[in-house]
Design a protein around this ligand. Structure first.
Ligand code: C2E
Ligand code: CA
Ligand code: CA
Length: 811
């Protein structure tokens, strides 16, 4: 029986409970049970006091009744139970513990306690049965109303736990029904019906109320969980992302400012709250372009995205910095659809904007010189072309536009010999000069390396363009002081003018480049306007380049030798090796037509090495008093392995070093490079002689003579050609010869073509002659016969001299 009742209560409690809290996670169910129990606990003092008082009253009413002892015992039991309940309540209040949940067992225990109390009350009608126990009159009425009251009050107090309510009231109804079944009093039937009805109402309302209560608790519980998740996500977002949240009301005043936003604005949160957001932001830029300010966007009440606004960041009005924010927001409406403001995100995009600006700067400007780069040049050119250069402007009022291409002469030499840092500095200085010279006339850009271009639009006319080009060549040719080095370079300029010289911008650039190519081919330091014939010329040059690349491998290069003659005895002292190109189609090509190209195209290194070996090899077959002179190009010094090449040529041929003369030009010494002087010293240390070729044509020839201990100077043939007509030149020559004696240098006169020249030069104390008067450059096979014939000529001249002397004596 007891077991049956306990399973009934337990199962019933569980079943009811499952109905109330279906599919609710245990943690949440525990908290819901806690609320249910709490609500019962709140009623406990009243409930227990009521139990005690009513039991006391019933006990008192039962005094002097047929069941005084039983009723007194019953009242004592109920009162004790009530006191126990009160004590339990006091204890539970005292340890208002951190416990937030109540287990299903806890609910079952309460259900049990309610059931026990219910049973105590259920025993009352049995104890006071009218016939069996000898009661009559008011007692049954008292009991019936007490039971009805207890069922109602208990049901009310235990609304939230229907299982407990039912466990409490059911025994009372059961007791009453038992009494009812054993009597035949119709009034008692009515009483029984009343109790059952009472019980049903209590049970049903209890159940429905408990369901609502539990649902509400679960909903609140779920809402709280949601709130926690959202706030967790939000704080995560605000911490992790660079974005922040903001909110404004319908008037645009800030109602929510996140910490991050306040930090981004550089002020305290409190200074922002309530302030109109548009006041904070300056001019705005939307994806479609600038917007006067943020206010119009707010006014429109429409969602917006990625609007960039400028913000003066910082509290102090003096040193405020301008930052850029990107804002996106949606309008917010209340339940009745009334616009209540905007809610959105923002991010500081200052860094991104700066990066973008930097990238676009990098894309358009040359990093080294800060000049616009090739891309900018092409853009400027195409703009100039559409505005001024189009062929439709031909003959019209359009002035046309022009492109100047220029590059620095000898820049590569400086870069190679002095190093890239100096080369870079030189480029920076040259760029500045170029920009200053061109000024407002056009846009100067660096196309790469030592190549520059200028777009000029509108064109100031042929004359002005020529003047500008000349000014550019001049200003770039002035000496540079680069980190203590005195550097000299030059510049060549090519000019093409639209619409005459080309049909499109590309053609204009190409033709300006051709003109530049021509200017360089014509000896550098010059400017040229484009001419149609240049195209043909350039194609020829291209063909020449291709041929020259094969010349060495095809054994088309030859050395000719031009004799060097002593000025007193007219004996042959040696030969200068002069390069010839025996081209299968072009015939014998003189060095003037290809040496410069070989230098430009980077072929001179290999060719020069071949010349050294060939000259030494040939000279080694000559009588030992004959020297050989070899011309060196400045580029051979730049490559760095010249000394090794000379050493190897001497070794391979077995030629005594003192029989080898190396001829260098002043161009080599233009940049006072330690590296060059070092190599010259190393060459001298090998025992070879160093000659200064074409003396007098360079910049400040005399200065160079002091800088390096040359063995010989060769006076350029232009002096020799002019000396008879120009006394000033004759004076210079005399001074040079004198200087040679002072410095203990051999002096050779080049280009001696007439006996008169020879006579004059001999009088000036020149040591050596070279020129057509004595012999043209000849193939190696002609040397023996030349030597013989010169010997014969020498002897004849001696006998003539003797005869003349005799004549003078005898005459
Ligand atoms: P350069 O070193 O001044 O050579 C002398 C040039 O003057 C030679 O011209 C020669 O033919 C010419 N010449 C000699 N005597 C007379 C004369 O009486 N009258 C006239 N009008 N000219 C005379 P070439 O052989 O055409 O050489 C021209 C230049 O080419 C040389 O001038 C030299 O700078 C360069 N060159 C020649 N061979 C080589 C070489 O193997 N390596 C290098 N780097 N340059 C070379
Ligand atoms: Ca020479
Ligand atoms: Ca010369």
């Amino acid at each position: 029986m007891r077991i049956a009742a306990s399973t009934l209560i337990n199962r019933g409690a569980s079943a009811l409970h499952d109905r109330l809290l279906p599919h609710v996670p245990e943690a949440m169910a525990g908290r819901v049970r806690m609320e249910q129990v709490q609500s019962i606990l709140r009623m406990t003092p009243v409930m227990m006091s009521a139990n005690i008082v009513i039991a006391l009253l019933v006990g008192l009413a039962g005094l002097n009744s047929p069941q005084t002892a039983a009723l007194t015992l019953w009242a004592a039991l109920v009162i004790s139970y009530g006191l126990l309940g009160l004590r339990g309540w006091v204890v539970s209040q005292r340890r208002k513990s951190a416990k937030q949940t109540v287990s299903a067992r806890g609910v079952r225990r309460i259900t049990w306690q309610a059931g026990v109390l219910g049973c105590l009350w259920g025993a009352l009608p049995i104890l006071t049965m009218p016939q069996q126990q000898g009661f009559s009159g008011a007692m049954p009425m008292l009991v019936a109303s007490v039971l009805a009251g207890m069922i109602g009050c208990g049901g009310f107090a235990m609304l939230t736990l229907p299982a407990a309510a039912i466990a409490y009231s059911s025994p009372m109804v059961a007791g009453a029904l038992y009494v009812l079944a054993t009597s035949n009093d119709p009034i008692l039937y009515a009483l029984g019906g009343l109790l059952i009805f009472c019980h049903m109402v209590v049970s049903v309302s209890c159940l429905s109320h408990a369901k609502i209560f539990a649902d509400r608790l679960v909903a609140a519980e779920e809402l709280e969980q949601q709130r926690q998740v959202v706030s967790l996500l939000l704080s995560d977002f605000e911490e992790g992302a660079s974005d922040w949240l903001w909110e404004v009301d319908a008037s645009g005043a800030m109602t929510y400012v996140s910490d991050r936003m306040a930090a981004a604005a550089g002020v305290d949160k409190s200074q922002l709250l309530g302030r109109p957001m548009s006041e904070l932001c300056g001019a705005a830029e939307g994806p479609m372009g600038p917007i006067a300010a943020l206010a119009p966007l707010f006014f429109d009440q429409k969602a917006f995205r990625d609007v960039t606004v400028s913000i003066a960041v910082g509290p102090d009005s003096e040193d405020r910095q301008t930052h850029w924010w990107s804002l996106s927001a949606k309008p917010v409406h209340d339940l009745s659809g009334v616009f209540t403001g905007f809610r959105g995100v923002g991010a500081d995009i200052t860094q991104a904007r700066e990066d973008q600006a930097r990238i676009s700067r990098l894309a358009h400007y040359d990093v080294l010189t800060a000049l616009p780069n090739r891309l900018s040049f092409l853009q400027a050119l195409s703009k100039a072309w559409t505005e001024h250069g189009k062929p439709t402007n031909k003959g019209g009022s359009g002035a046309g536009c022009a492109v100047l291409c220029l590059d620095l002469d000898h820049f590569k030499g400086v870069n190679d010999s002095l190093g890239h840092p100096i080369g870079d500095d030189l480029l920076i200085q040259a760029s500045a000069r170029l920009r200053d010279t061109v000024g407002e006339l056009g846009l100067v850009s660096r196309l790469g390396g030592d190549e520059f271009a200028v777009v000029i639009a509108p064109s100031p006319g042929h004359q002005a363009l020529g003047d500008l080009a000349r000014a550019i060549v001049q200003v770039l040719s002035d000496p540079y002081d680069v980190r203590g080095h005195n550097v000299l370079i030059g510049a060549s300029v090519g000019i093409a003018v639209a619409p005459f010289d080309a049909d499109d911008p590309d053609g204009l650039l190409k033709n300006a480049d051709l003109a530049l190519y021509r200017a360089k081919g014509d000896g550098r330091g010059a400017y040229r306007f484009f001419e149609t014939a240049m195209d043909v010329w350039a194609q020829e040059r291209r063909a020449l380049e291709l041929d020259l690349r094969d010349a060495l491998a095809n054994h088309e290069l030859k050395l000719f030798f031009q004799p060097l003659i002593g000025s007193v005895e007219h004996e042959t002292t040696g030969f200068e090796a002069l390069l010839r190109w025996q081209h299968p189609r072009r015939g014998l090509v003189p060095p003037a037509d290809f040496i410069e190209c070989a230098e430009q195209w980077g072929l001179i290194g290999a060719i020069g090495e071949w010349v050294l070996h060939e000259a030494c090899r040939t000279a080694a077959t000559w009588p030992s008093h004959l020297n050989v002179a070899v011309n060196l190009s400045p580029n051979q010094f730049a490559s760095g392995d010249l000394v090794a090449q000379v050493r190897s040529a001497l070794k391979a041929s077995g030629l005594a070093p003192q029989r080898l003369e190396l001829e260098i030009t002043e161009g080599l010494l233009l940049h006072d490079s330690a590296k060059t002087l070092e190599q010259l010293a190393a060459l001298k240390a090998l025992g070879v002689k160093i000659a200064m070729d074409d003396f007098g044509t360079g910049y400040s020839s005399l200065a160079y003579l002091w800088r390096f201990p040359f063995d010989k100077i060769k006076i350029d043939r232009s002096f020799v050609a002019e000396m008879q007509d120009n006394t000033a030149i004759a004076d210079i020559l005399r001074t040079i010869a004198l200087l040679g004696q002072t410095l203990n240098l051999e002096v050779t006169a080049e280009g001696v073509e007439t006996p008169a020249q020879a006579k004059l030069l001999a009088d000036m104390q020149c040591d050596q002659f070279q020129g057509f008067l004595y012999g043209r450059p000849m193939p190696v096979g002609d040397i023996p016969s030349f030597l013989l014939s010169n010997l014969a000529r020498q002897m004849r001249r001696e006998s003539e001299d003797d005869g003349a002397a005799e004549e003078a004596v005898t005459g």
